[in-house]
Write a protein that binds this ligand. Structure first.
Ligand SMILES: Cc1cc2nc3c(=O)[nH]c(=O)nc-3n(C[C@H](O)[C@H](O)[C@H](O)COP(=O)(O)OP(=O)(O)OC[C@H]3O[C@@H](n4cnc5c(N)ncnc54)[C@H](O)[C@@H]3O)c2cc1C
Length: 378
């Protein structure tokens, strides 16, 4: 049996898990695409940066990030400002590709890894040895497997015992995110303000924030409203957002899931991480941040226990407890953001009256650094 630990999936969660395994002094074997288009941008809240700090990569990622200093909430219909929450702790946007690049460079610096450009097809355990079958590479024996292969990958289905189609059905919603990146030079200066902007409409919401020399825009709406010329409908009558009605702007559609924690994160020396363990809708901007927290916890658990099954058990116990309430809050936030009619007006009135206080209270435990993680210097 090898002493190295395998990872299936080379998205943010898989790459972060690899840096954790290497950081704990073990070697790792990655299974997943060696080149992939990592589209889009994520916001990382203070808890995501705290995790990067534990992993020793906060400074390197910050060099590629754009600091945001405020969350501004506005009414999409009448343009009124409902709340402005100053961001005193570090909060920033970063392109997924840049985040992945920093993680990948850290992995490559160690030289203690192998990377198979293939998917994991099967896994089993014999004694303390995990037997992994890669689609194009045959059989591998490792001391453990971290399945960070996303919501539709091998791991979630294998460890939870649910079929792929049952997982898909249980997570499906009627919501869609339409995403676009537009250069700041093509837009009014309003879009360059270093803030995360949330516009609340009737059953829809729009988020935009700057990232480098561009602005990332995400519109969340029911699939039934994402018809031809939806942009005109939402942006044409809103003065600051009017430029986004331009039909030349290209939008990419992503169906949004509901929150879905697996009850079981571990099967012997195999454990889940990232969306495979805790997919959630992006309404609190926490999915990638939670994957980084998974990695920070994994590193500390592997440093604490030489026995992989004990380390994975400690990791799974801690992270499944921590992430459940975040996923639930992401779900509730989405429901509140989707209010329409009277409920929407009530929501806006409440935000207008005490928005800062309400948001601070709602986000305090989401953004708090995990008390189980001891922070390092960067
Ligand atoms: C519109 C939108 C906005 C978002 N905004 C934010 C935000 O602002 N902040 C934030 O923190 N999060 C945000 N998220 C969430 C975040 O993007 C995800 O939580 C995160 O990217 C998940 O990473 P992952 O590595 O777990 O999964 P994935 O990105 O799905 O990666 C899984 C990887 O596994 C590979 N794979 C699949 N099957 C196998 C197999 N059998 N063997 C090997 N490899 C396999 C895939 O090819 C892929 O490389 C957002 C999500 C959406 C949809």
């Amino acid at each position: 049996m090898g002493q190295d630990i395998a990872i299936s999936g080379t998205g943010i969660a898989g790459l972060a898990a690899a840096t954790a395994i290497l950081g704990a002094g073990r070697d790792c074997v990655l299974f997943g695409p060696t080149t992939q288009v990592m589209a889009g941008v994520v916001q990382l809240a203070p808890n995501g940066w705290a995790a990067l700090s534990v992993l020793g990569m906060a400074q390197d990622v910050m060099l590629r990030a754009t600091r945001l200093h405020e969350i501004t909430v506005r009414n999409l219909t009448n343009e009124a400002t409902l709340a402005r929450l100053p961001l005193t702790d570090v909060y920033a946007s970063v392109a997924r590709a840049d985040l992945a690049d920093v993680l990948e460079q850290r992995i490559k610096q160690t030289g203690r890894f192998s990377w198979h450009n293939t998917s994991v097809e099967e896994a089993s355990q014999t004694g303390a040895s995990v037997n992994i079958i890669g689609k194009d590479t045959g059989l591998h024996h490792t001391a453990g497997l971290v399945a960070a292969d996303g919501v539709a990958g091998f791991g979630r289905s294998f460890i939870s015992g649910q079929s792929g189609s049952a997982i898909k059905t249980s997570l499906a919603t009627d919501k869609i995110a339409l995403r676009s990146m537009v250069r700041l030079s093509d837009l009014p200066t309003f879009f360059s303000h270093p803030a995360s902007n949330l516009w609340l409409g009737d059953g829809v919401h729009i988020v935009h924030y700057p990232i480098g020399d561009s602005v990332n825009i995400v519109a969340t709406l029911p699939k039934s409203l994402a018809r031809v010329e939806w942009q005109a409908r939402f942006f044409r009558h809103n003065t600051p957002l009017q430029p986004l009605a331009d039909p030349a702007i290209h939008w990419t559609a992503t169906p949004l899931p509901r929150s879905g924690n697996t009850v079981c994160w571990r099967r012997g020396n195999m454990v889940l991480a990232g969306d495979a363990a805790h997919v959630m809708p992006p309404h609190l901007a926490q999915g990638a941040g939670q994957s980084l927290q998974d990695a920070a916890c994994l590193m500390q658990s592997l440093a604490e226990y030489t026995d992989v099954s004990k380390a994975f058990a400690a990791y799974a116990r801690h992270r499944s407890g921590m992430v459940a309430k975040i996923a639930q809050k992401a779900e509730i936030s989405g429901k509140i953001m989707a209010f329409s009619g009277f409920a929407g007006r009530l929501r806006n009135a409440a935000l207008d009256l005490g928005g800062n206080h309400l948001m601070q209270n709602w986000l305090a435990d989401v953004w708090a650094a995990d008390p189980g993680l001891s922070r390092q210097s960067t």
